[in-house]
Design a protein around this ligand. Sequence first.
Ligand code: PEP
Ligand code: MN
Length: 341
Amino acid sequence: MEVALQLGKLGISALRGGIWKPRTRPGSFQGIGEVGLPWLKAAGRAAKLPVACEVAQPAHVDACLAHGIDVLWIGARTTVNPFSVQALADRLRGVDLPVMVKNPVNPDLELWLGAIERLRRAGVTKIVAIHRGFSTARETIYRNEPIWRIPLELRRRMPEIPLICDPSHMGGSKELLKPISQEALDLLYDGLIIETHPHPNQAQSDRDQQITPSQLRNLLACLKPKKELAAVQDYLRHMAELRKEVDGLDHQLLDSLSRRMEIVRQMSHYKEKYGTSSFQPHRWSEIVKDRTRYGVAHNLEQDFVLDVFELIHEEAIRQQEQETDVIPLKTADRKRGRRAG
Ligand code: PEP
Ligand code: MN
């Protein structure tokens, strides 16, 4: 109630309260359970705001419906499981309550899209996507790494789905709330979902990322949604310039490859005339040595360079064998020779 009454004055659009909390380890606080639903509803009434609750099982949906919860959300640990999402979708058939779908824990866009599609097929029409970041093996400053390209690709494929950022679970700390929120606004996200607690130190879950309602007011005041268009135009301009450069480089790569193949085909006539075979192990070993050394000196990964040249050389030999009656080498032999080289 304390937090709801203060939030009611901030001009926010909904109150979110988790009643069932999916916790990593047993023994952690797992939410107050169904008894809390009337409290959530009462807090919403006091704040004059719609209320949202996380659902992970069909029984949760039933309880939320029974208590008049206005919006449901599917948590990251549920989105990840198609059986669970389908069970929720089946229970929502004919209900058409707004549902927010958090990204799955793992950086898998298809899984996120799939969850949205399951809800759509069940007739849910008001769907919102929540970007809360992804678990990765990389060490980063985030609790859950944003990997912005994934939600941006979701928006490209489903532009009609509003996209909300959850900087609390993404950053996992108070300090990261502002930069992440601003980044989301600059990318034209449709909203933010920020965890708030009257006494963060006493929070039963995620206490490092909670802020008080007055800290939330300050945070909202220093975000700059007005600059969003300028920021996006800046982004688009820079991206357009850089992409143009990449397009040019790709054409150069293809021109070089095409010219390289032309020369290679010329070579096959000499190989044919002098009876040598298409694949020359020592030449291949020379190429590998030179190209990887050159590539590594130019900031490329050795394995990447090797992969690229295996493909190029494979194609070169194929073209030579097609061009003339040069002595061919079976692919298997070629590979063996290559490894030996
Ligand atoms: C939450 O929203 O409070 C929560 C547990 O987050 P997530 O589903 O993103 O892990
Ligand atoms: Mn939380």
